[in-house]
Design a binder for this molecule. Structure first.
Ligand SMILES: *Cc1c(COP(=O)(O)O)cnc(C)c1O
Length: 458
């Protein structure tokens, strides 16, 4: 299995290379040279499907015995034996619960695995790396939980100061491990992400620090997320039976994994992209044009994003895998703050993709009504998935799966505001509010943050 960059100029790598590299050195994202094809049937067993699906993308990078062991260990930290259980909401609408991992958000599904893959690969190669990541809240804690105390990894996580919830911050800053460094940046999530991108673009710094990424720009995360789209299809009629998904979207990693599952043989008829007030993706899917605006804080902070990195992977596909075109288009986007795709491309896109956005009030009403009607307690992100599923569904005879990306207790204020009941944290996090925190504050300034990283990584 070979991987190419969406900007067409970086070296072609195998899976191990892509795992450790993160962002391609031409500024692009890695993607398989060709989509591998799944067999027609599967059992619905998470671990079996995980091994089968991901092996297609690993090539010969990791032995199959070692990989099976890694998969088994990664998902032993999940509190539900089905790993990602499906809940029937009636009328052929299902909720796919992705929040049963250690940090209560769907990011654990990928990161529990990716942390172990990093460890395996670094030990094999006798290397050390520095993982630098930007988080809008949930990636940080999931990455920290996946990499704490790993001796070959130093980890620096940037989060936007004051723009992540207290629970989210504490899940990052209360982890006691020498290799973990939390930084609150005076800026937005996009500022944090730009800082990370700029550090990768600084080749001297990148080489000196042996930088690597664990953001959803890392292909390995997209790969790990493909699995639950396949498993959900298996549990609802089979890989070849039509199915639709609705995905509360921020950086576009999760929903792109759905597209990858489709390209690898799952019969996904519809991909619904749900957003909050930061509706740049809704504009894109419904008009073919997107325009960057200021980020507006909402009750679904993990989706408070304007520039969705993983959209680049879809653009690459839409532009017939022409890296030069992608490069030109994205440079233009940065300069002019707006881009449009050709009407005929938009036409093709609209056969499968659709976007919908919702206000905090609509989200609140959805959480409240769902709790009253079915007793299901949604977090604000998952509520957007459910709202978008109901609004955009094309064919009522095809099962629609809304992805539940966070446990309600991760966003207790919004959930309490909607239902009147404060959701309780699961037992392993019950004393989170009493644990001591540790983090530093830094300005939104590249040189200052780089200097800090050189100091702590040494
Ligand atoms: C990260 C996150 C999202 C957005 O997922 P992307 O892959 O970035 O699109 C949605 N909901 C929750 C709870 C998240 O943590």
């Amino acid at each position: 299995m070979h991987y190419v960059s969406t900007r067409g100029k970086a070296p072609i790598l195998d899976f191990s290379g892509v795992l450790l590299e993160g962002l391609a050195n031409d500024g692009g994202l890695y993607i398989p040279e060709a989509w591998p094809q799944l067999s027609d049937s599967g059992t619905g067993d998470y671990l079996k499907t995980a091994v089968e699906t991901m092996s297609l993308f690993l090539g010969s990078s990791i032995s199959s015995e070692a990989f099976e062991e890694i998969v088994k260990e990664a998902y032993s930290s999940f509190r539900d034996e089905e790993i990602t259980p499906l809940v029937d909401m009636g009328k052929d609408l299902y909720l796919l619960e992705l929040f049963h991992g250690p940090t209560l958000a769907f990011k654990d599904v990928a990161l529990q695995l990716v942390g172990k893959l990093f460890d395996h690969e670094l030990k094999k190669q006798g290397k050390r790396i520095t993982i630098v990541g930007a988080t809008s809240g949930d990636t940080g804690s999931a990455a920290i939980e996946a990499c704490r105390d790993k001796e070959n990894i130093e980890m620096v996580i940037l989060h936007p100061a004051g723009r992540v919830s207290e629970i989210q911050r504490r899940q990052m800053t209360t982890v006691k491990a020498e290799n973990i460094h939390n930084v609150a940046i005076q800026g937005t999530f996009d500022d944090c992400q730009d800082l990370v991108k700029a550090m990768f673009a600084d080749h001297d710094f990148r080489n000196r620090m042996q930088l690597s990424a664990i953001n959803s720009i890392n292909w390995a995360r997209v790969m790990a997320q493909i699995v639950y789209f396949v498993v959900a299809a298996e549990r609802l009629g089979g890989r070849k039976s039509p199915i639709a998904f609705s995905v509360p979207t921020g950086n576009f990693g999760n929903v792109f994994s759905g597209y990858a599952a489709h390209m690898s043989g799952v019969n996904i008829t519809q991909l619904v992209v749900g957003s909050n007030k930061n509706d740049i993706l809704t504009q894109f899917f419904n008009t073919g044009t997107m325009q960057i605006n200021e980020v507006t804080p909402t009750t679904s902070p993990s989706m408070d994003i304007q520039i969705s990195s993983n959209l680049e992977r879809l653009l690459f596909e839409l532009l017939n895998r022409d890296g030069q075109k992608v490069d030109k288009m994205l440079k233009e986007f940065r300069e002019r703050k707006t881009i449009s795709i050709d009407p005929d491309i938009r036409e093709t896109l609209s056969n499968q993709w659709i976007g919908a956005c919702f206000t905090d009030d609509e989200v609140k009403r959805c959480i409240s009504e769902e709790a009253d009607n079915s007793g299901i307690v949604l977090d604000p992100h998952s509520a957007i998935g459910v709202l978008a599923a109901r609004e955009c569904r094309k064919d009522k005879s095809i099962p629609m799966v809304a992805l539940a990306t966070a446990h309600p207790a991760k966003f207790p204020d919004a959930v309490e505001d909607a239902t009147g009941i404060r959701p309780e944290l699961p037992a392993h996090l019950a004393d989170l509010l009493d644990r001591p925190e540790q983090y530093t504050q830094q300005p939104n300034d590249l040189a200052t943050v780089q200097k800090y990283i050189e100091e702590v990584v040494g």
